[in-house]
Design a binder for this molecule. Structure first.
Ligand code: PEP
Length: 248
């Protein structure tokens, strides 16, 4: 049985004043009916973790280095994130693949580093608009899964987020049929490689999920939740998405 997951990615947004949104979420969703996770900027992880102690809100990070420590100015390692209170880390987000030229091999190494620190990795995959138009979305995502995921993936240590790049922050989403096709494809690919353990790996959809489209998306086969960007910044919007997931 896969536990549904609503994950919010705050990206490079959030100052101490934004913690009021966490307080609101905790107040309105003391027992959310699904797993809820916020990935704030690294600067806020420890403060959010402090506010969330003994509460049903998990904390995640947005990236980690593949080494545990060393001469990497400005980088943050997985043990540091765990020490600050994170239990998840997003890896291979398309913005990091683009802005920092992250490769699939680096993402696989980061995934292993996350596991070594006891973190669950949320590995992001997704095609560009051009690849979708060319009809290559499935093989592109299949290739990303093959090379971004190390051996040993299970439902305990891995979540996969399908985020078509052209849907992120654009207000556009794939059709339900396109999401279903991709999620069924990813499930089959994961089971083909990792066996029965992959039946428990949660598959999130990400890209312009809003309160208005959440219920339809959560009704789609093999969609176990969402990775939400912009709409996770306000407790009211993210709370509505959590409610839609809990009742899906
Ligand atoms: C994201 O960046 O992970 C994302 C899904 O963003 P948005 O919800 O804003 O499209």
């Amino acid at each position: 049985m896969r536990r549904k997951l609503a994950a919010g990615n705050w990206k490079m947004n959030g100052l101490t004043a934004s913690l009021v949104e966490i307080e609101k979420l905790l107040e309105t969703h003391p027992d959310p009916g699904c797993e809820m996770l916020i990935c704030p900027p690294a600067t806020l992880i420890a403060q959010v973790a402090w506010r969330c102690r003994n509460k049903h809100l998990k904390i995640g990070a947005q990236d980690c280095h593949w080494e545990a420590a060393g001469a990497h100015t400005g980088d943050i390692s997985a043990p540091m994130l765990a020490d600050a209170g994170a239990s998840y880390v997003i890896l291979g987000h398309s913005e990091r693949r683009t802005d920092h030229e992250e490769t699939d091999a680096e993402i696989a190494a980061k995934t292993e580093a996350a596991w070594a620190a006891g973190l669950t990795a949320i590995v992001c995959v997704g095609e560009s608009e051009r690849q979708r138009d060319l009809g290559t979305a499935l093989p592109v995502v299949g290739g990303q899964l093959d090379t971004s995921l190390p051996a040993g993936c299970t439902g305990e240590n891995l979540v996969v987020a399908y985020e078509p790049i052209w849907a992120i922050g654009t207000g556009r989403t794939p059709s339900p049929a396109e999401i279903a096709e991709m999620h069924d494809f990813m499930r089959a690919a994961l089971v083909g490689r990792f066996g029965d353990a992959a039946k428990d790996i949660r598959l999130l959809y990400g890209g312009s999920v809003k309160p208005a489209n959440a219920a339809e998306i959560f009704g789609i086969s093999n969609v176990d939740g969402a990775l939400v960007g912009g709409a996770s910044l306000k407790a009211a919007d993210f709370g509505a998405i959590i409610d839609a997931l809990a009742s899906a």
